[in-house]
Design a protein around this ligand. Structure first.
Ligand code: GLC
Length: 730
């Protein structure tokens, strides 16, 4: 079969990408960089490559000597202005510092954790919350966020799944670009934007056994088709920095990996910003066993393409000697310096090194920010089950039990990496419910702890559940059970939570389970027995209000899962875009399956219910060929056939049925969240370009091959109207 090779020549790839990255190259700035580099001493150059966490008086002299280029974890306009003044008034060349911080899902107004917000499938919302976070951070003296975290994660044992956008490269790419646009705005020179830093480059989510920091060993095909796309899209969106990761990739640590850091990131994609290491990830090359000394680690990292050393002190302590020994050239150091200065100039730090402290007072935690936090939380909620329309509850309910260790909990709703978020800012579920119905109708008890504790309070929970019309049970994970260094070998509810749920259920009172968690949980018993289940993740400061809005029907949930929920941890890794195998799972014994559980997930990728119902009809698929390309159009009609307004997330999947290498059973290629009034019908149309249907073949060429493609358009990865189309090679 003649292949329709769609191998984009390297120069074309770079040209296409340079258009986005080009905004970082400005002739005037480049001239200013050159004249500054020519004035700098070697020590001052190395200083730009050195990033320190936190400030103390002992560092003042180093700033005066130009030996520190950046700080992380210094917050607040007053603090950053004071330190910046030392750099721009007391150092020889007055080069401003760049202040970085983990503004992952909000600065002080904390939005849902990224995995939660990914459940909204709403790039416009994600861009708005990122822009709001940037405003608060910039007003507080921050120039640079170590976000978006765009690691694809297929293993929920890995705690950092909470920080990203789930298992799918397309959804992850769309949201990565939205966050870069939100953080960086139209211009980095805008005092209320901050430079983005997609991380952790690359494939950190592929950690062996879901164990954080563990080795990653994957094919280059998987690297290019699953883990790289969100970074590529983020670079195309103009991201000004990238963070290298802790993990090794196929034997070479990503913080010393010339293939990913230079060949792909710079030569193929045309990235013009700078790369910062993760915390001491350069120093950790010794643990990886690819460097015998810090000096050797510094050589490997710098030559591979890591420009700034976060808290490793490797560059600061070794590069000068290495240059004097002729092992590292000053030219190499100059290249890293230029990239860092380029971002500092783009940020306007030379012209505006300080931030007006007044901005902080009016920008942080404003009413507008809280309203957006509530909207984001509402849209991130996924309705997993709602038998007999138990939800929404009627506000005239006579009595309601609110039970669980997370029902009146402030801290854990903030989730991991909650930056300057404060417990006091959080509305709990109990408080949200109290704002909807009279307090005297509500009976609350904790029931048990999230982890450990005892079961002695379960009896009290049973007692109140026996005497109410309905019970709301809020269970899940504490904030520190996901995020960094928080891998779990079990995905079950911890402590006595399962026992609490069972005991309340056995009272016979209609029960709603509200999950608050940073990763998919294995809850097969709950999924079978409990009539109504809400997946609420960790929704940030407006958590309680948004959940109460959904419980009482003031908001109709429309979120969808960005990640597969396994039945048991034994199924992991389990993801929707899997391969078919030569013996796809079936009734025959000798097919790919388990003896003890089905191969299907508990809840699939893209799944989520609504209080209303949607009907999909009239799928039409057409292929249009023009001289230079072929476009595929898919249209469908979606009607709200229920009695209340609701959102549906229309998803389009394709399958390349026969190709020169095996292809996934389906891949998400488009989606759109739409809102429909009762009985309203909308036509939703998508356009696909041929080059989106390609893959990396055995020779690692990017090819689009002729043949039949199946296409599905529907409400999840397991439902939808099916069609097909054919690509021909003439
Ligand atoms: C941490 C994380 C990284 C974070 C950095 C700075 O170890 O891996 O995501 O941005 O250090 O806090």
């Amino acid at each position: 079969m003649k292949f329709l090779k769609f191998t984009l020549p390297l120069f074309l790839i770079c040209t296409l990408t340079l258009t986005a990255q080009n905004s970082l190259i400005n002739p005037d700035i480049e001239n200013r960089i050159e004249s500054l580099v020519q004035q700098m001493t070697l020590d001052e150059k190395i200083g730009q490559l050195h990033q320190v966490s936190g400030y103390n008086e002992n560092l003042k002299q180093q700033i005066q000597q130009g030996k520190i280029g950046s700080f992380l974890n210094v917050k607040g306009a007053t603090a950053t202005n004071e330190i910046q003044r030392i750099a721009v008034e007391e150092s020889r060349l007055k080069i401003p510092l760049i202040f970085g911080l983990d503004v992952i899902h909000g600065y002080r107004t904390i939005f849902p954790i990224p995995l939660g917000e990914a459940s909204s499938w709403d790039p416009d919302l994600v861009e708005r919350t990122s822009a709001m976070a940037a405003r608060e951070a910039a007003a507080s003296g921050i120039h640079w966020t170590f976000a978006p975290m765009v690691d694809i994660a297929r293993d929920p044992r890995w705690g950092r799944i909470a920080e990203g956008h789930g298992e799918d490269p397309y959804l992850g790419s769309v949201l990565a670009a939205a966050k870069v646009r939100g953080f960086q705005g139209k211009s980095l020179n805008d005092p209320f934007t901050i430079v983005a830093c997609p991380k952790h480059y690359v494939a950190y989510g592929g950690a062996q056994a879901g164990r954080d920091y563990h080795a990653v060993d994957i094919s280059i095909n998987t690297l290019r088709e699953i883990y790289l796309p969100p970074f590529k899209v983020a670079v195309d969106a103009g991201a000004g920095t990238i963070m290298s990761a802790f993990n090794e990739l196929n034997g070479v640590p990503t913080s010393a990996n010339l293939f990913t850091l230079t060949q792909i990131l710079r030569n193929e994609w045309g990235f013009q910003g700078f790369v910062v290491s993760d915390w001491n990830s350069i120093g950790e090359l010794l643990n990886h066993g690819i460097a015998a000394t810090p000096a050797e680690a510094g050589i490997k990292a710098l030559l591979a393409g890591v420009d700034m050393d976060m808290m490793g002190f490797v560059y600061a302590n070794n590069l000068a000697d290495l240059e004097k020994q002729g092992i590292i050239s000053e030219k190499t150091i100059d290249e890293a310096v230029r990239r860092i200065l380029r971002i500092k100039f783009q940020l306007g730090l030379f012209e505006h090194p300080f931030i007006n402290p007044e901005f902080e007072k009016t920008t942080v935690l404003s009413k507008e920010n809280l309203a957006l936090a509530r909207e984001s939380a509402q849209k991130s909620i996924v309705l997993l089950k709602n038998d007999n329309q138990l939800l929404p509850l009627n506000k005239n309910i006579k009595s309601l039990a609110v039970i669980g260790p997370l029902a009146d909990n402030r801290h854990d709703q903030l989730g991991c990496w909650h930056c300057e978020g404060k417990d006091i800012d959080v509305v709990t579920v109990l408080e949200g419910i109290q704002s909807k119905i009279p307090t005297e109708k509500i009976r609350y008890t904790k029931g048990c702890e999230v982890q450990g504790g005892s079961e002695k309070e379960i009896l009290k929970a049973v007692e109140i559940a026996q005497n109410v019309e309905a019970a709301i049970l809020v269970v899940g994970e504490s904030a520190d059970m996901s995020g960094e260094a928080a891998s779990r070998s079990s995905l079950d509810l911890a402590g006595y939570q399962k026992k609490l749920v069972k005991a309340v259920y056995e009272t016979g009172t209609p029960t709603v389970v509200v999950l608050m968690n940073g990763r998919p949980l294995t809850i097969p018993w709950i999924a079978e027995k409990i009539p109504a289940i809400l997946e609420t993740w960790q929704l940030g400061v407006q958590s309680g209000n948004a959940i109460a809005d959904v419980i009482f029907g003031d908001y109709n949930p429309g979120g969808k899962l960005p990640v597969t929920f396994p039945r048991t941890v034994g199924q992991v890794p389990i993801f929707y875009n899997h391969k078919n195998t030569g013996r796809p799972s079936g009734s025959d014994k000798f097919t790919s399956k388990y003896l003890d559980v089905p191969v299907t997930p508990l809840f699939p990728f893209g799944y989520g219910l609504s209080y209303t119902k949607f009907k999909f009809s009239n799928l039409k698929v057409t292929v249009e060929k023009t001289d230079d390309m072929t476009k595929i159009f898919a249209g469908v009609e979606v009607q709200n056939i229920g009695d209340r307004i609701g959102d549906e997330i229309v998803q389009l999947y394709v399958q390349d049925v026969v190709a020169s290498t095996t292809r996934p059973v389906k891949e998400l290629k488009r989606f759109r969240r739409i809102s429909l009034e009762p009985n309203e019908k909308k036509k939703v149309e998508f356009q696909l370009n041929t080059n989106e249907l390609g893959f990396y073949n055995q020779n690692l060429e990017y090819v689009v091959e002729p043949g039949v493609f199946k296409i599905w358009v529907g409400p999840s990865s397991v439902q939808g109207l099916e069609g097909s189309f054919e690509l021909t090679d003439n």
